[in-house]
Design a protein around this ligand. Structure first.
Ligand code: 5GP
Length: 113
């Protein structure tokens, strides 16, 4: 399988508005924002989605969530934010690389569509 668009962003082959990066995680603004703040947080390890995580990924998954908290603080999301992980076709996953959406900056509807 070829590289996903997110792997190309990790490798800096295509540009992105990066808001956070460390050795395991990259976060950047979504190119088609669904809210005033819409950030994607991804592992640098190419995991397709939650169906493909393994017990060895436990620390990485915890690190991703702690990164979400750090980014939310950095972005000043004091009114709250939503974290979404789309997994598979019915959930609307369009990029085959695990990603957490952070959505914020407006009142979000529930349930989602
Ligand atoms: P999914 O639908 O798979 O949960 O989310 C994929 C997200 O990636 C979408 O919100 C889409 O707008 C975003 N996206 C797709 N291609 C690019 C890109 O090249 N750059 C950035 N920054 N976001 C992208």
């Amino acid at each position: 399988m070829g590289k996903t668009i997110f792997s190309k962003i990790i490798d800096k082959e295509i540009p992105a508005d990066i808001v956070y990066e460390d050795d395991q995680v990259l976060a950047f603004r979504d190119i088609v924002p669904q809210a005033p703040v819409h950030i994607l947080v991804i592992p640098k390890k190419p995991i397709l989605n939650l169906k493909h995580v393994e017990p060895e990924d436990q620390d990485l998954l915890g690190h991703l969530l702690l990164s979400v908290k750090k980014i939310a603080q950095q972005e000043g999301l004091s009114n709250g934010y939503r974290v979404v992980i789309n997994n598979g076709t019915d959930a609307g996953q369009t990029v085959d690389h695990l990603h957490f959406h952070i959505l914020a900056g407006r009142s979000l509807l529930w349930p989602p569509g």
